[in-house]
Every structure is written in structure tokens, then in C-alpha cells.
Design a protein around this ligand. Structure first.
Ligand code: A2G
Length: 463
């Protein structure tokens, strides 16, 4: 049974978590001269399969990891939010008055993600925080590797939203928290999907989750025995919000949606995602490949051509279909992006079925789907990076049954399915073949590769 409450007694936290809680408590005390009222944790995630399809409406298959964001918090009776981070040399302190809260999407800093969660919660609950006359003192400790595709920023947004809810005695269900956190992270400027927040809030220990959208619903799926998922960081840092890569893909999917919808004779105003086209046209997802090949051409579309097909002027095109950081775009690869989305969506369902059926070849088949997914991200969606491609190849050579980039891509981590008996050699090989070649990465080794198992979702700890 899914638990509906977030609150757990602090005494029930595992001992490793208690150590981290003590660290954040000591930091809070040093900065604010008192103990926090309560703590919140929200985990990062690894996506096992289903990349760049959540914002197209399709189901994804992530699990929560042990690494998380911990927040210690108290009302402070002032009209200020005071934010401090245990790693203060990397993430400097920040203070703002409640009446001038601003999220800078042009130059996002760590605390802007916190403010996204704060604002998202109070707006969702229609809570007048200005007349509550109490600001907040907040200390943050993150153990999710940053800019690594493991969703450290969404974990911070979820933790902030949950901490705000509890501090102001608001009441929001788990599903609502997941949805509102995903909406409010968009204040930062990326037009993300809902996967990261859904798993951070709704994860349950021991299971990966199939996450479906519109409406948001999740299904626990037990992973087959005999192998483990190992995360390896390419150490190429990515910051989605600081580049337009991510939003460009969102725009390309939006344009492909409109052109496919028009070709299928659908009402384009009712169709906003690639999944809508498939559903309204009543075509099984595994047959959408044929439709894409029939309607779209492989050469990139020029902006003029898209405007002509959609019967829009350039300025209508810009205001209705482009986002703030993609207005400069002139060319769009629609065929490749749509093909990736429909094929990846099918792979997710096959992955789930294989996990549930459990046969002697399950692990091999899961591995194969993961490697196919990586090839599609590399070749069709073009969201990989040469170092990630090299790392995937080395993971396969070191004994993984399958390996792929995880998260948005353009850097960050790979996830590999490794048989239990090969894990030790796998780690040794990777250290030798990837990490020792990149001398600068030696210092990161301890946190760069780690086996992982499905962890639990967001929690409030109280004494
Ligand atoms: O890339 C990021 O993690 C997105 N998250 C997530 O929604 C998904 O699209 C993923 C690629 O599969 C955010 O934008 C917060």
C-alpha cells in the first residue's frame, strides 16, 4: 500500500541518514543560532529507460536513488527567507525579503530552485505568505552529484515545496506535490516533463516505477534478480537551464506534433504532444514509425517551411511555438526527434513487460533495450556527448548487459545493467579504462561510480 503521509519520526531514519541530518543540523545551528523545527529529504533519480518522452506525454521508467537533498527548516518570525548550504564555498548563502521574491531564469543559481519550490507550493495552496508574517531559515545539504543527470535540481525543488507545505501547515497530497513541483520548476525557464518530481515524491523502496502522465499515475515494478544497475558519471557537467539544448528538443517535438496532426486531419488546436497525435489518430504506438516516415522528411525543416505548412506568419510562429531561449532557431530535425520518441515509448512498455514476465533471458533483453535506447539518444535525438558514448562502450566491454545515458544527456551519467557476479570486475575495469585516462577525474572517483537500488521518496522527519 502506498503511504499517504510524508511525516516520519526522526528516530526511524536509517543511521547513514541520521549522520547527514546531524551535519545539516549543526550547520543550521551555526548559521541561525537555534535548532531547526523539522527536516525534509527528497531523492535524486536514475531513469532506467524512457528518455525525453515525458514531455511528449509518454510513460517513463525511473527509480529513486539513495542520494538526496536534505533541508533543515524553521519559521523565523521575520519577513525574510534565509538560505544557507552546507557546501557554502560552492553554494553561497542567500537572503531575500518575502515581498521581492524573484527567480532569475537568465542566470539561475542554486537558491532559485529552492524559490521555485517555495513559490510553487504557496501559489498552489493559494496561501498568502506575506500576511503570515513569518519568513523561514533554511539549511540545505545535497548528496546528489550536481549537473550529472541525476536530478539534483528537481530534488531541491521537491524538498523546498514539501518543506514550505509543512512549515506553513498546508495540506497537499503526494500526487499534487509531484505535479506542482514539476510545474514550478518551469519558472527557471526549462520546459521540463514531470518524471523527476514524480519519482522523487512518489518512489517506494524496492521498486522502480512506471510513471504515466495526464493523469499522473504510477505502477511499482520489481526489477529482475541477478543483476544490479550501476551509475557511472562521465564527469561532463550539464546544466539544462544554462543552455537551450533541452528546450530546442521540446520545440522540435512540438513542431513535429503539429505537422503530424495536420497530416492526419486532426484539429491541431486540440493536439499538443506527440502522444496526442497517436491517440487521436488511433494508431498503436509501435506503428507510429510508419506514419513518421510517411509524413516527415529526413532533411531538417527550415523555419519558412514550417510556417508554410502550419499556415503561420513568422511572428505567430515565434509567439505560439517557441520559448524565450529558442527564438533564434532556424532549422528543426523533426523526423529524427519524432522517430526517437515513438520508438522509445514502445521500448518503455517492453521493458516493463519483461520485468513482469521474468524469464531466463529477461536480463539480456532488458540490457538490449537499454543499449538500443542509448543509440537512439545518440543518433536520432542527438542528446549524447562523445565522452558518454565512450563510457557506454566501456561499460559494455566491462561486462554490462546494457548501458545508456540517463537523464537529459549532453553529459552526466550512464546507467548500466550488470550481473551481480561481474560487478567487482566491472568497477575495476571502468576505473582503469575511463577514469584513469581522464587524469582530472581521479579526485571524483569515490562518487563517480556506484551500484544503486530503488530507494524511497520524499519524507518529512520530525523529533
Ligand atoms: O530530462 C530532464 O531530467 C527533465 N527534467 C525530465 O523531465 C526528462 O525530460 C529528462 C529526459 O528524459 C526537468 O526538466 C526538470
Amino acid at each position: 500500500m502506498t503511504e499517504t503521509t510524508f511525516v516520519k519520526p526522526l528516530s526511524l531514519a536509517e543511521s547513514k541518514k541520521k549522520n547527514y541530518i546531524n551535519i545539516v543540523k549543526t550547520h543550521f545551528n551555526k548559521k541561525f543560532g537555534s535548532d531547526p523545527s523539522f527536516y525534509v529529504r527528497a531523492p535524486g533519480r536514475v531513469n532506467l529507460i524512457g528518455e525525453h518522452i515525458d514531455y511528449c506525454g509518454y510513460a517513463v521508467f525511473p527509480m529513486a536513488i539513495e542520494q538526496d537533498i536534505l533541508v533543515a527548516i524553521s519559521l523565523n518570525g521575520s519577513n525574510k527567507i534565509n538560505l544557507t548550504n552546507v557546501k557554502e564555498s560552492l553554494y553561497p548563502d542567500f537572503t531575500t525579503s518575502l515581498d521581492v521574491l524573484k527567480i532569475d531564469s537568465l542566470n539561475p543559481k542554486w537558491y532559485h530552485y529552492y524559490l521555485c519550490g517555495f513559490l510553487g507550493m504557496v501559489e498552489h495552496a493559494s496561501y498568502d505568505y506575506l500576511s503570515s508574517s513569518s519568513g523561514l531559515d533554511i539549511a540545505v545539504l545535497g548528496t546528489v552529484p550536481p549537473s550529472a543527470g541525476l536530478s539534483s535540481s528537481s530534488a531541491l525543488v521537491c524538498a523546498a515545496a514539501l518543506a514550505t507545505m509543512h512549515a506553513y501547515s498546508l495540506s497537499v497530497s503526494k500526487l499534487e506535490l509531484a505535479s506542482l513541483s514539476s510545474k514550478c520548476e518551469r519558472y527557471i525557464g526549462t520546459e521540463g516533463g514531470g518524471m523527476d518530481h514524480a519519482i522523487s515524491v512518489l518512489a517506494e523502496p524496492g521498486s522502480a516505477k512506471l510513471i504515466e502522465f495526464n493523469p499522473l499515475q504510477t505502477t511499482n515494478v520489481l526489477l529482475p534478480e541477478g543483476a544490479i544497475f550501476v551509475i557511472a558519471n562521465s564527469c561532463v557537467e550539464i546544466n539544462k537551464a544554462a543552455t537551450s539544448h533541452y528546450n530546442i528538443r521540446v520545440v522540435e517535438c512540438r513542431l513535429a506534433t503539429q505537422i503530424l496532426a495536420k497530416a492526419c486531419g486532426l484539429n491541431v488546436t486540440e493536439v499538443s504532444k506527440l502522444k496526442d497525435v497517436q491517440e487521436f489518430a488511433n494508431i498503436p504506438v509501435d506503428q507510429m514509425e510508419k506514419k513518421v516516415k510517411e509524413v516527415l522528411h529526413e532533411n531538417p525543416y527550415s523555419r519558412t517551411e514550417v510556417c508554410q505548412i502550419l499556415e503561420l506568419s513568422d511572428s505567430e510562429f515565434e509567439t505560439t511555438l517557441l520559448s524565450a531561449n529558442t527564438k533564434f532557431l532556424q532549422e528543426f530535425k523533426l523526423y529524427q526527434r519524432a522517430l526517437h520518441v515513438y520508438q522509445e515509448a514502445s521500448r518503455v512498455w517492453r521493458f516493463k513487460e519483461i520485468c513482469e514476465k521474468k524469464s531466463e533471458t529477461s536480463l539480456l533483453m532488458l540490457g538490449q533495450l537499454m543499449t538500443e535506447s542509448h543509440a537512439s539518444c545518440r543518433d536520432l535525438y542527438e542528446c549524447s556527448h562523445p565522452d558518454l558514448d565512450e563510457l557506454v562502450q566501456l561499460c559494455l566491454k566491462a561486462g554490462a548487459l546494457g548501458s545508456r545515458l540517463t537523464g537529459a544527456g549532453w553529459g552526466g551519467c550512464t546507467v548500466s545493467l550488470v550481473p551481480f557476479e561481474k560487478v567487482d570486475n566491472f568497477l575495476v575495469d571502468l576505473k582503469k579504462n575511463y577514469y584513469s585516462k581522464h587524469f582530472r577525474l581521479q579526485e571524483l572517483l569515490d562518487t563517480a561510480i556506484f551500484p544503486t537500488k530503488p530507494g524511497g521518496g520524499a519524507v518529512i522527519y520530525e523529533d
